[in-house]
Design a binder for this molecule. Structure first.
Ligand code: FCB
Length: 481
């Protein structure tokens, strides 16, 4: 039985164009990817500052020092959101702006930025949707042990209290963590993300402590926020498919589903780690020592929404003797597999069209994912908190950015959402990734996901043709016929 708060808002009624009334039409960003102002107002380095400043870790040596300068330009950016008619803006709060050492009292100047941002959003009629953690752990907490250390979950609970205390009166939707899979498995497994470690046991320890941080975060949010506030977590649920119908490939899919999805959905939504995951990983970590009494109850506390991020499916087959380890599974090439506990698996690209990330365009994957989660947890409302695509956008001599591929991508994926809703899945919103071109983690500024183009030399914003198209979708409350 999924733990959903009984006060959860009733399911919206169907509106026109296949999307319910009250459906949130939004766009997402994350602090380190857009804010810049890396050393301003008391902010100290996060693990992503350290990582991006380490030679060879990020393409072209790019860092988030300036990024899209959203910290200084948020008013202009909110004005652009208003022009697009966005109903909601999903942003993340930078932990090292609030607690530079990861502990202790809040830096008011840090909180003030988010007070100004949310005031500006509310004045523009845009719902603020806040994510507490989108990967920027204060470096001092990593130095103390990072997510593999249990204490980090407690530090997150303290930080959550500070942010909820400051913004609880104005933010109606809260997300504890964004994609803890990436934090644990890319950060401590393959090392393609900060802090760049590759330690199998630390990876699974990080996963459990991220789950615990989520649970403690929800407890704190519930104790401080008004009754009407909604709490959630955002997962990048992998839509795992076996390459063939062979039993070996089905087994590969089961193992990837275990360490890719069920390591989070198990404890969070069902109150237990799946037995097959525990068995697959027993040689790596001692789960009895890792999971303390009461942890699963904390982790599975009721939430109001589940955020789902989707870009492309994950197609797998059995591989011999670790052949899967060295392959690029779409998360960045590494000689270390992020798939701790599921080593002998090979990854394959779906045929057909690709984005600039070399990710296959596969809207059916989103439909299937929403249907599967909806069927497994029918009482839990879902929200697509990220979906979108990078393409090689450029400014034409006339100063325009035409991105028909992105329009086609978003159109087909919104249609998948519409079909999932029509078939009975409770989806409450769709957030385009991203509002702006930004720092795409280990790819730096080489990959552009924005609906709004950013000329990094001048910080000039140019809405792409997809932004105008999305504005029209929002205006009509659905896709053009
Ligand atoms: C997701 C991240 C987001 C962005 C997109 C492309 O995994 O949550 O920050 O980088 O991928």
């Amino acid at each position: 039985m999924t733990a959903v708060r009984s006060e959860t808002t009733p399911r919206p009624t169907p509106g026109g164009a296949g999307f319910p009334t009250g459906f949130l039409w939004g766009a997402s960003t994350a602090a380190y990817q857009v804010e810049g102002a890396a050393t301003e107002d008391g902010r100290t380095p996060s693990i992503w500052d350290t990582f991006s400043h380490t030679p060879g870790k990020v393409r072209n040596g790019d860092t988030g020092d300036i990024a899209a300068d959203h910290y200084h330009r948020f008013r202009e950016d909110v004005a652009l959101m208003k022009e697009l008619g966005l109903g909601a803006y999903r942003f993340s709060v930078s932990w090292p702006r609030i607690q530079p050492t990861g502990r202790g009292p809040a830096v008011e100047r840090g909180l003030d930025f988010y007070r100004r941002l949310t005031d500006e959003l509310l004045a523009a009629g845009i719902t603020p949707v806040a994510t507490l953690y989108h990967w920027d752990l204060p470096q001092e907490l990593e130095d103390a042990g990072g997510w593999p250390l249990r204490d980090t979950a407690e530090r997150f609970a303290d930080y959550t209290a500070l942010v909820a205390g400051a913004l609880g009166d104005r933010v109606p939707v809260w997300t504890t963590l964004n994609e803890p899979w990436c934090s644990a498995f890319l950060g401590y497994g393959s090392g393609v993300h900060a802090p760049g470690r590759h330690e199998p046991a630390a990876t699974l320890r990080a996963a459990h402590h991220l789950n615990l941080a989520h649970g403690r975060g929800v407890e704190v949010l519930r104790s401080l926020l008004p009754e009407s506030a909604q709490t959630s977590i955002t997962l990048n649920l992998h839509q795992v498919r076996a390459l063939t119908s062979s039993p070996e490939d089905a087994e590969a899919a089961r193992r990837i589903d275990a360490v890719g999805n069920r390591v989070f959905t198990g404890p969070i939504l069902d109150g237990a780690y799946p037995q097959d995951l525990l068995e697959d990983t027993a040689r790596i970590v001692d789960w009895d020592e890792l999971v303390h009494e009461g942890d699963l109850k904390t982790i599975s506390g009721p939430i109001d929404l589940l955020g789902v991020n989707y870009y492309t499916p994950t197609i797998v087959s059995a591989a011999e003797d670790g052949a899967g380890d060295a392959r690029d599974d779409g998360h960045g090439a590494s000689s270390h597999s992020p798939w701790t506990g599921a080593e002998d698996v090979a990854f394959h690209l779906a045929p057909g069209e690709r984005t600039a990330m070399n990710w296959a365009v596969d809207p059916e994957g989103l439909y299937t994912l929403l249907r599967q989660v909806g069927e497994a947890h029918p009482e839990l409302p879902l929200m697509v908190t990220e979906n979108g695509a990078a393409f090689d956008d450029y400014v034409s001599p006339e100063g325009r950015v035409e991105d028909p591929e992105r329009i086609a991508y978003v159109h087909s994926h919104l249609d998948a959402v519409r079909r999932a809703i029509a078939d009975g899945t409770d989806v409450r919103g769709y957030f385009l990734w991203s509002l702006l071109d930004n720092f795409e983690w280990s790819y730096g500024y080489a990959k552009r996901f924005g609906a709004i183009y950013v000329d990094y030399a001048t910080q000039k914003r140019i809405p792409k043709s997809s932004a105008r198209w999305y504005a029209e979708v929002i205006r009509r409350g659905g896709l053009p016929a």
